[in-house]
Design a binder for this molecule. Structure first.
Ligand code: AMP
Length: 214
């Protein structure tokens, strides 16, 4: 059976880590709109949004995602990470999938209190070479400032500074929580406690999907 997932959670909830585990275990393509936009950081359309923490206009993002979902590598399933972020995006996604005779099968929502998020994000350090992710307090690299996997110098993401974090959390709260209501009504939301270890969070997700298939 085709698996089309959505992964929700505030910035820093561990979405990236879970997304990697889910896409590997269930063989679905991981599509992160944040990563897609960071890859296009030199494009003048996207650059201002990355530094301000504001959302990219709906229609631009919807067109980008729809185009991507039509590619061959999404045919057997996908995991959306960071999309939809607004009601408009969710409704457009549903319309688009319906046309293609597909649907969202599960919506995972990772929940983490705000104080924990701020702690996590201000300490996050990422590897620009291989994508490895560390945290000064929660998951330090073996050698300070150096990637464990490839030895490159770790950096702080431009949007992980305290002002931008606050702005991103406000944007998340204002615009995204309504989506939880939307998918709760649709009946396919699964709430997961994101304060658990990454392995425990994944186990809950995996068990849910396995039980849902049966
Ligand atoms: P993220 O890594 O998911 O926090 O995304 C980084 C930035 O990309 C966000 O702060 C937004 O500016 C933009 N972005 C990512 N996904 C979306 C989306 N679904 N709608 C609008 N903007 C987005």
């Amino acid at each position: 059976m085709e698996k089309n997932f959505i992964l929700f959670g505030p910035p820093g909830a561990g979405k990236g880590t879970q997304a990697k585990m889910i896409s590997k275990r269930f063989e679905v393509l991981h599509l992160s709109t944040g990563d897609m936009i960071r890859e296009a950081k030199d494009d003048p359309v996207f650059a201002p949004y990355l530094t301000s923490g504001q959302l990219v206009p709906d229609q631009i993002i919807v067109d980008m995602v729809e185009k991507r979902l039509q590619r061959e590598d999404c045919k057997s399933g996908f995991l959306l990470d960071g999309f939809p972020r607004t009601l408009f995006q969710a409704e457009e996604l549903d319309k688009f999938l319906k046309k293609m005779n597909r649907k969202i099968t599960e919506v995972f929502c990772i929940e983490v209190p705000e104080e924990d998020i701020i702690k996590r994000l201000s300490g996050r350090r990422v590897c620009p070479a291989c994508g490895g992710s560390f945290n000064l307090v929660l998951k330090p690299s073996k050698k300070e400032g150096v990637c464990d996997f490839c030895g490159a110098k770790l950096v702080q993401r431009k949007d992980d500074n305290p002002d931008t974090i606050k702005e991103r959390l406000d944007v998340y709260k204002k615009q995204t929580e309504i989506l939880i209501e939307y998918y709760t009504k649709a009946g396919n939301i699964v709430r997961v406690d994101g304060t658990l270890s990454p392995e425990q969070v994944f186990e809950k997700i995996e068990n849910f999907v396995n039980n849902n298939i049966k």
